[in-house]
Write a protein that binds this ligand. Structure first.
Ligand SMILES: Nc1ncnc2c1ncn2[C@@H]1O[C@H](COP(=O)(O)OP(=O)(O)OP(=O)(O)O)[C@@H](O)[C@H]1O
Length: 329
């Protein structure tokens, strides 16, 4: 793997709930190379947003505690820094696009106002022609009209594009997009996927795409991380993992996605529901729902196996079988 731009190691986070701390992120390692597009997939409640928002300092500082871990950005250690300082450094280089970007804009201010604010935050004079260039890059043609509009006048697709253009003002090295296609229809989804790919290619911006959608993972990411119960269960090259992963959770998610697409087949669903952090214990979080469950699954949290030096699977049945001839995916 190329040099890591961002590297997270053994990261644990607890959320403060009614004056008590509840562990939600339970020891996560993550790497993002320069220019890489990484996908993070997992059911609702897996911990995707808490992971990324706490890492960047985007959550209310009093609402959580980082229990352990290291975070390196361009080789510099971040977690020891006061959270506001960390946010300043990371905020300049990493843009976070929220799930409903239209709602994260001030509804009473024009789109142009939002661009001007971005320049102000960066301490740069407003550059109208650069803004028009960015709007054109994200596929907005009627730029002058659009700059005069208010967020509530935008369609879902336009909202996503504006959020992307606003993020690009700072020329970030990383864009983190939280569910970039969840609020738009299928045709716009395709356009958004193409757009993210174009931005990655044109500017070399590395990306972390958080999604529930394997189409998005398949079409735009090079590597994927599968999260469940505050852990990474499986990770690797996107195409290899989608084709050949034997991890029961990954396989279950992929089978669900495929059965939804294939109108002639019976709908497949993963049994049970995602585990609530209140019920986390020293066991594999997926054990209760897993068809391959063994005694080990209920006795301890599985460790991550590596293959050719890369992390790839966290699953007791495969660990216990000592991997005799099992597919490395
Ligand atoms: N502010 C909060 N107070 C209490 N619990 C929270 C809070 N934010 C998140 N959680 C809990 O932490 C766990 C992880 O949530 P998180 O939002 O990170 O999941 P996610 O994988 O991003 O889900 P989704 O795909 O639905 O956005 C969940 O069980 C969630 O209920």
């Amino acid at each position: 793997m190329a040099e890591a731009l961002l590297a997270l190691k053994a990261y644990r986070v607890s959320l403060k709930i009614s004056d008590k701390y509840l562990e939600v992120i339970r020891g996560i390692d993550l790497k993002l190379a320069k220019g890489e597009v990484l996908g993070i997939i997992g059911e609702s409640g897996s911990g995707k947003s808490v992971l990324l928002k706490t890492m960047l300092g985007l959550m209310d500082y009093d609402s959580y505690r980082v229990d352990s871990g290291t975070l390196l950005y361009e080789g510099e250690s971040m977690l020891e820094l006061p959270i506001k300082k960390r946010y300043q450094i990371l905020g300049r280089s990493i843009a976070y696009i929220f799930q409903n970007p239209k709602q994260s804009l001030s509804q009473r201010k024009t789109i142009q106002y939002h661009f001007k604010e971005q320049f102000k935050v960066l301490g740069k004079p407003y550059d109208a022609s650069y803004v028009k260039q960015l709007l054109s890059d994200v596929g907005i043609e009627n730029q002058t009209t659009l700059l005069k509009q208010y967020p509530y006048q935008l369609s879902g697709g336009q909202g996503q594009r504006i959020a992307l253009a606003l993020a690009l003002v700072a020329q970030p090295k990383v864009i983190i997009a939280d569910e970039p296609t969840s609020a738009i229809d299928a045709t716009l989804k395709l356009k958004m996927m193409k757009l993210l790919k174009q931005i990655n290619e044109k500017y070399g911006t590395a990306m972390i795409i958080v999604t529930h959608d394997f189409d998005v993972i398949h079409h735009i990411t090079q590597r994927v991380v599968v999260m469940y119960g505050g852990l990474v269960m499986n990770e690797g090259d996107t195409q290899a993992l989608m084709k050949a992963s034997v991890h029961p959770y990954t396989r279950g998610l992929i089978t669900c996605a495929e059965s939804l697409k294939d109108m002639s087949s019976t709908l497949y669903e993963l049994s049970g529901y995602p585990l609530n952090p209140l019920n986390f214990k020293e066991a594999c979080p997926f054990a209760e729902r897993c068809e391959r469950k063994t005694i080990s699954c209920e006795a301890m949290v599985p460790i991550m196996e590596t293959y050719r030096g890369e992390r790839y699977r966290c699953c007791h049945p495969y660990l216990d079988a000592n991997d005799g001839g099992l597919a490395h995916a």
